[in-house]
Design a protein around this ligand. Structure first.
Ligand code: PLP
Length: 416
């Protein structure tokens, strides 16, 4: 069989040098070099981020926004510097538009609650899509239950692309918000979000984009997109866990009530009545994950130093190579064949259970995801119980893809 070559000439990216930045990539699993293809679940951390977090705990740790002492002031400045870094990364207009949360899930729950309190009443409708992660389904469902509102769902076609003609038909005078994923974690589809936003805005409806699988793969410009809200997680873009972002246009955030009460989010507390702090602090009750926020800023600076365009070009090349090689193996279905994809491949070899293959190739040092990937409606669409998902980023190599393909072939032979 002819082996598809990897088009090294298509990208100008030093992957071996990049791999040196990630200590975990030199680990052995079951005595074999780790081949980490579970980046959709979480990405590995460069030494620079690990060092940064460690340095903060070792030398600078102190609660922010509260003290006049040196450490507290220094930490507060670093935290607000992190906010500016995120603002620049997303090309937001103002730091008031950047809220630190615990992650994508935290951001969506915050928005669904707060937006729901302000804008949703009985009989209203919320549009999501059939390819959403459970994190972008359940919080809206909970809101619908609270308010007796209704969820409307944009379907996708057999390639895993949203059917925009059907989407347009979902709008009516009761539609309050559209919440869709920028890129699908189980199909890899990059959605035509500009068009989705344009259609919503023609109907005077705001849009939230779930960027959990998009920020690490390409340039995000919230002003150019004209999205109203954008959310993502730090741990999926080489940053620490437990930190995430809720971006919102300032006038929209300003109009929303806080979703949590506590320290730092207040202006004046009296038993009769409490008044709230201004943006962005109104949405950051309690002691935030300030170390995580600063670690996230370091991760963003790292990504910027590699060049978002270089990363995107390299990953696109790797996706094409991996897809071609997997097709060469034969007797399997690839789920998600959209024209625009992030570097994720979901597949299922004929007559083999995804868990069996996942467990076998784990013994060869390969980490892939198996199961529903928190997108049960996607699995229902195809009437399958789950897939195997290989999700690649810029530190993965063509050689790793070859090892993975050999392992898939071996496991296939053993299991058939
Ligand atoms: N949305 C998408 C598209 C995801 O892929 C994920 C995580 O896999 C999430 C939301 C939830 O992210 P987190 O668990 O970091 O909150």
């Amino acid at each position: 069989m002819q082996i598809t070559p990897f088009m090294t000439d298509l990208t100008n990216f030093d992957v071996q040098k990049t791999r040196e930045d990630f200590p975990i990539l030199h680990t052995k699993i079951h005595g074999k070099p780790l081949v980490y293809l579970d980046n959709g679940a979480t990405t590995q951390k460069p030494q620079l981020v690990i060092d940064r977090v460690r340095e903060l705990y070792e030398k600078k740790n102190s609660s922010i926004h509260r003290g006049v002492h040196h450490l507290s002031e220094m930490m507060t400045e670093e935290y607000e510097y992190a906010r500016r870094t995120v603002k620049d990364f997303l090309n937001a207009r103002d730091t008031n538009e950047i809220i630190f949360t615990s992650g994508t899930t935290g951001s969506i729950n915050a928005l669904a609650f707060s937006f729901g309190e302000k804008h949703v009443i009985e009989g209203d409708e919320i549009i999501i899509s059939e390819m959403e992660h459970h994190s972008n389904i359940v919080p809206w469902q909970m809101l619908c239950e609270r308010k007796k509102a209704k969820l409307r769902v944009i379907p996708f076609d057999e390639n895993g692309e949203l059917i925009l003609n059907e989407y347009k038909l979902l709008f009516n005078e009761k539609t309050r918000i559209v919440a869709v994923t920028h890129a699908s974690n189980s199909l890899g589809t990059i959605n035509p979000v500009k068009e989705i936003i344009h259609i919503a805005h023609e109907n005077n409806v705001p849009v939230m984009l779930d960027g959990a699988q998009a920020v690490q793969h390409g340039k995000i410009d919230v002003q150019d997109l004209d999205c109203d809200f954008y959310v993502f997680s730090g741990h999926k873009i080489y940053g620490p866990t437990g930190i995430g972002i809720l971006y919102g246009k300032e006038h929209l955030l300003d109009a929303l009530p806080p979703y949590q009460g506590g320290g730092d989010m207040i202006d004046c507390v009296r038993f009769e009545k409490t008044t709230y702090n201004v943006l962005p602090f109104k949405f950051e009750a309690g002691t935030t994950n300030y170390i995580g926020a600063i670690g996230l800023a370091s991760a963003i600076e790292y990504v910027n130093s590699k060049g978002v365009e270089n990363i995107a070009a390299y990953e696109k090349n790797l996706l094409q190579y991996a897809t071609r090689r997997l097709i060469e193996v034969g007797e399997m279905t690839i789920y998600g064949n959209a024209k625009e994809k992030i570097s994720i491949i979901s597949f299922l070899p004929d007559k083999i259970h995804p868990y069996d293959m996942g467990m076998l190739i784990d013994k060869l040092g390969i980490a892939v995801r198996t199961g529903t990937h928190c997108t049960q409606p996607v699995m229902d669409h195809f009437s399958i119980s789950g897939t195997i998902r290989a999700s690649m980023v810029f530190y993965n190599t063509a050689e790793e893809i070859d090892i993975f393909i050999d392992a898939v072939k071996k496991a296939k032979m053993m299991l058939s």
